[in-house]
Write a protein that binds this ligand. Structure first.
Ligand SMILES: Nc1ncnc2c1ncn2[C@@H]1O[C@H](COP(=O)(O)OP(=O)(O)OP(=O)(O)O)[C@@H](O)[C@H]1O
Length: 273
């Protein structure tokens, strides 16, 4: 099968001043499906996502969206292709939850026009999908971190982009809402053919919901592949320095990691004393 990448990354480097962060990233992301970017703190996951979202401007010819170079898109046309849910969702302004979600419609609304009934319908269905409709009149700064996270995801859904990038979308959520958001993203990928790319720390949730994992280490892609090829004891030890056993989740059949120690094993010795 000769599938074409929806995002093609070619020799991408990124540096903050003299500090080189991303080194020679080469990656093809295909349409539909969920991609999880995993890796230790500081390995470059957010920097990679921000380059794809163009929050950080990549070098010309290093990221292609379909056939077009990422640097060639206007902000408005890019917003119709890619939505981005950042890690920090703190808000400076006193918007209502509904206003916040409606902002996702701004690429479709002409200047000096207000949103149409269609925009409001789309926002409503995004809020119903993320369980935020009941919060619609609340001030965005007076809801919990998890509720705000779901609101920001609703805004991204309302944007109706083909590609959704999310930076640790479930890190602030309780177990129930983690699974709920992952289910929503899975449905978007399967039913609406949205391509979801997210960074995520929980390797078991990543293995359960992602079709492919991109494992980063020190600004490079250590390995990319299906969860069974990535969540392996030797790979986890090499990248995280953690000893673990990998079992098969008895319900989903996906790899399930049980960490039991780090390289020093000090706590194991004291536990046996
Ligand atoms: N604005 C910045 N200026 C300078 N260095 C930065 C900046 N943002 C990030 N870095 C550095 O870039 C490296 C990669 O950071 P990044 O946030 O991409 O990692 P990450 O894998 O997402 O980490 P985490 O899992 O902790 O969120 C880190 O060493 C970080 O200190």
């Amino acid at each position: 099968m000769n599938r074409k990448g929806i995002i093609t990354i070619n020799k991408l480097d990124w540096a903050f001043g003299q500090h080189k962060i991303l080194h020679d990233i080469n990656l093809t992301i295909y349409e539909g499906g969920i991609y999880g970017i995993i890796g230790p703190n500081g390995s470059g996951k957010t920097t990679l996502l921000k380059n794809i979202a163009r929050c950080l401007m990549p070098e010309k010819n290093s990221i292609q969206l379909g056939d077009k170079d990422l640097t060639q898109f206007s902000n408005r046309s890019l917003a119709k292709e890619i939505s981005y849910v950042p890690q920090n969702t703190d808000m400076e302004f006193e918007f209502s939850v509904m206003d916040m979600v409606l902002m996702g419609r701004s690429p479709y609304i002409k200047r000096l026009q207000s949103e149409s009934s269609n925009d409001i319908e789309i926002a409503k269905s995004a809020m119903e999908m993320t369980n935020t409709w009941d919060l619609r009149d609340k001030n965005i700064n007076m809801i919990s971190g998890g509720e705000r996270q779901r609101t920001v995801i609703a805004r991204a859904l309302a944007q109706k982009a083909n590609i959704m990038l999310l930076d640790e979308p479930v890190s602030q959520l309780d177990l129930h809402h983690q699974l709920e958001i992952m289910d929503i993203l899975k449905r978007l990928a399967v039913e609406n053919k949205v391509t979801v790319v997210m960074s995520i720390h929980d390797l078991n949730i990543a293995a359960q919901f992602c079709d492919r994992l991109i494992l980063m280490d020190k600004g490079k892609i250590f390995k990319e592949g299906i969860p069974n090829d990535i969540i392996k004891e030797d790979i986890v030890y090499s990248v995280y320095g953690v000893k673990a056993i990998v079992m098969k989740n008895p319900v989903t059949g996906t790899p399930h990691l049980i960490p039991y120690g780090n390289q020093s094993d000090l706590h194991l010795k004291s536990a046996g004393d």
